[in-house]
Ligand binder design. Structure first.
Ligand code: ZN
Length: 419
């Protein structure tokens, strides 16, 4: 298999790689439980860089708003009625692994062997990383072993910037008006929170935040979180007979009573789950944090109802204990909103095919910015970027696949201009 999917991808690759290597060196790790937007100042360093570069490309309205969102416009080159199309990527990287001092390494013409990174004995073994197997001939970018790479989502950022640079330099190529947005704090679930959909003004958008080449995702989990608080009765353990009610023991009983086959580790594909991800407790008070996930709203409700029933049964056997359950909906399955606008997915499939790739429709066992943006009135499926092993020191990206993604964006503009 030739490493580049098209002459266009090959042409875009050098500029794309140069941008990617620059962006990943900026520490943009986000931080949970934020008190302001963005959660960390490093994100603004990259956002300011992007504003400058967009202006240099001629997108004069490029700006950074008070919440850390970059927005810019590339005007249409047709006088038709093509709708305004959005392109979105996030600047932050995951709080799960260090993003400080990222030193990317380009392994040119990968030979298919184990990749040994210079720090911390980190190893990328194609026998374990099934997607790395078969990438012989690709130029593979990794970190140095002690940080993540940040392809999630700087691959997406670099692909959009590269496609925009190409389109700006080629006004003879037909394109609709493109609106660009770079968002903060996606990794902590807030990429869409302060996104001004009205100001963005696009009919639909695409997040460049997927992984495997060809991937096109218009379906995510629908998601809820439950916080279960159990109150017991404190007593001196030496004199507790008949008095103490241990809230943490009750939490343990609830945990044990939940079905073991409805957990993240026992489910796959289109199955949902209940995931108890944190339990804290004393005798007097225990708190369980549980997330519920499914692709189907009705099934999600069933999981939440099962959790509620189980907690009520266990705690109900102890009349002196008190139970409080607080359920919040986190994000919806975006398919509900996107399927009303089939042209959004059709256009992306067409662009991917024009790049010589077969689209791969996969549901996301998680959420993306697009889940909430779609609910907020901006239908936003997710497109591949060529990055892999996200949120880990083994994160890697293929230059050829990133170039394919950038070329797909160029083709997507043309597909929409024809409509
Ligand atoms: Zn991402």
């Amino acid at each position: 298999m030739p490493p580049y999917t098209s002459p266009l991808a090959e042409e875009l690759a050098p500029g794309l790689l140069e941008r990617f290597l620059r962006y990943v060196r900026v520490d943009t790790q986000s931080k949970r439980d934020r008190t302001k937007s963005p959660s960390t100042p490093g994100q603004l360093d990259l956002s300011r860089m992007l504003v400058d570069e967009l202006r240099q490309l001629g997108l004069e309205d490029a700006d950074l708003d008070d919440n850390g969102y970059v927005m810019a416009t590339l005007p249409s080159t047709t006088n038709g009625n093509a709708p305004t199309i959005g392109l979105i990527a996030h600047v932050d990287t995951s709080p799960d692994e260090s993003g400080t001092g990222v030193e990317p390494i380009v392994h040119r013409g990968y030979d298919g062997a184990v990749l040994n990174l210079p720090r911390n004995g980190a190893v990328l073994d194609p026998a374990m990383l099934t997607e790395l197997a078969g990438k012989e001939g690709h130029d593979i970018v990794t970190g140095s072993g002690d940080t993540l790479l940040g392809a999630d989502d700087k691959a997406g950022v670099a692909e959009i910037m590269t496609a925009v640079a190409h389109l700006a330099a080629h006004p003879e190529l037909p394109r609709p008006t493109l609106r660009i947005a770079f968002t903060p704090d996606e990794e902590i679930g807030h990429g869409a929170t302060l996104f001004d959909v009205e100001r963005f003004g696009a009919s639909c958008a695409y997040t460049m935040d997927g992984s495997t080449i060809g991937e096109l995702q218009d379906e995510t989990f629908t998601a809820a979180e439950a916080i279960i608080t159990i109150r017991g009765v404190e007593a001196h353990p030496g004199f507790a007979t008949g008095k103490m009610v241990n809230a943490t023991r009750l939490a343990g009983e609830i945990l044990a009573a939940l079905p073991a086959d409805l957990t993240p580790e026992a489910t796959a594909d289109r199955q949902g789950f209940l995931h108890v991800y944190e339990v804290t407790g004393t005798v007097g008070k225990a708190v369980m944090r549980v997330i519920a996930r499914d692709f189907d709203d009705a099934k999600l409700e069933q999981h939440v109802a099962l959790l509620r029933r189980t907690a009520e049964e266990v705690v109900g056997r102890e009349p002196r204990a008190r139970l409080d359950i607080e359920v919040t909906h986190q994000y919806p399955n975006m398919r509900t909103y996107i399927e009303e606008f089939p042209a959004v997915v059709d256009a992306a499939e067409e662009a991917i095919r024009e790049e010589g790739i077969e689209p791969v429709r996969t549901p996301i066992r998680g959420g993306t910015d697009g889940s909430r943006l779609s609910q907020m009135g901006l239908p936003t499926p997710n497109v591949f970027t060529g990055g892999h092993e996200y949120h880990s020191v083994r994160e890697w990206a293929s230059v050829q696949e990133m170039a394919a993604a950038a070329a797909t964006v160029v083709r997507l503009a043309e597909v929409w201009a024809r409509r």
